[in-house]
Design a protein around this ligand. Structure first.
Ligand code: PHE
Length: 332
């Protein structure tokens, strides 16, 4: 029996060494009808005094064959991995993914939106292609007003136009929502301006509108002063200069003076109290008179973001904001 064990070990180990199909060899020796299993059945006829010794030898055989099978399996697996990696240099540096960043205009817009949201303003939007009514008539801007001139505005063949300001969203909002409304509307505006270092034919504006039963000029001043001080720092000076807009009365231009913009006074925004004529235009449309100028009042404001972004980042030419030159964009 012990001689059989030794010769079976030699046979099995020799076969395992060159085996391609390890699973088949395992069945051949260790399976239910495998040679080692069958040999173990001979234990029954081993004399009592030899049983312990022969049993031990059988266990050792099983352990040796099992270990040899495992080793062979690993060798085959390693060879397969090496073949798969042949020709690949694992020491080469990887390809680092390019990290993008937000456009300076987007960064400014995000900051502005966050400040107004904290004051309870919701985001609103309207279409870039507008009717003359939303862009001018409803905003108390009569047919002879220069803003409506062909030379200043992009008209479409069907009479619609690219909105010349985001004030259209004031009208769109009041058409659809009952007061109180408190919205900001960032978006594109278009004018037939000659494009140069300080002008673009498409630019970005942010509109604001607050309408409720008792909105006052003090609310307008407080809101915008808070906004500009949040945006540029507590030391920012804000100045309201009387002006004219057809859709607000009284109207103001806002200048600010801040270290962030070099300490010089800079004209930044237009604003005012919503003109009763605007509320009347909405009443004509809605028919429910919830915007009756005797019952509600409101303020509106609007400012351009491009020139602001230009001054904040210190770039010399506003066109850099739209050229998508990576050498420029990567700096932000
Ligand atoms: N729409 C005006 C402009 O484009 C700005 C403005 C908005 C003024 C709201 C007053 C109130 O110049």
């Amino acid at each position: 029996m012990e001689a059989q064990i030794d010769s079976l070990r030699a046979e099995a180990l020799a076969e395992i060494e060159g085996a391609g199909d390890v699973a088949a060899v395992r069945v051949k020796y260790l399976g239910r009808a495998g040679s080692i299993t069958l040999l173990s059945e001979g234990m029954r006829s081993v004399p009592k005094e030899d049983k312990a010794r022969v049993g031990k030898a059988l266990n050792a055989l099983r352990a040796d064959v099992t270990a040899a099978l495992e080793a062979r399996e690993q060798t085959i697996e390693r060879a397969r991995d090496e073949a798969a990696l042949a020709g690949i240099d694992l020491t080469l540096p990887g390809i680092a993914p390019q990290r993008g960043s937000l456009h300076p205009l987007t960064q400014l817009l995000d900051r502005a939106v966050r400040i107004f949201r904290r004051m309870g303003f919701a985001l609103a939007e309207g279409p870039d292609i507008e009717t003359e009514w939303h862009c001018f008539d409803a905003l108390n801007t009569p047919a002879h007003h220069p803003a409506r001139n062909e030379q200043d505005t992009f008209y479409l063949p069907d009479g619609r136009l690219l909105r010349t300001h985001t004030s259209t969203v004031q009208i769109r909002t009041m058409e659809r929502h009952v007061p109180p409304v408190r919205i900001i509307a960032p978006g594109a505006a278009y004018r037939r301006d000659e494009v140069d270092a300080t002008h673009l034919a498409q630019f970005t504006q942010m509109e604001g509108l607050y309408v409720a039963p008792d909105v006052s000029l003090a609310d307008l001043k407080g809101t915008l002063e808070f906004f500009f001080r949040e945006l540029f720092g507590a030391g920012t000076n804000v100045r309201f200069r009387p002006h004219f807009f057809p859709f607000t009365e009284p109207s103001f231009e806002i200048d600010i003076q801040t270290a962030a913009l070099g300490g010089k006074w800079m004209e930044l925004a237009g604003c005012g109290m919503v003109d009763p004529a605007v509320f009347e235009a909405i009443c004509d449309r809605r028919l429910d008179r919830v915007y009756d100028p005797e019952k509600v009042s409101g303020f509106a404001f609007g400012f351009g973001l491009d020139r602001l972004a230009m001054n904040l980042t210190g770039i010399p030419d506003i066109r850099m904001l739209v050229e998508n030159d990576l050498r420029f964009l990567k700096q932000f």
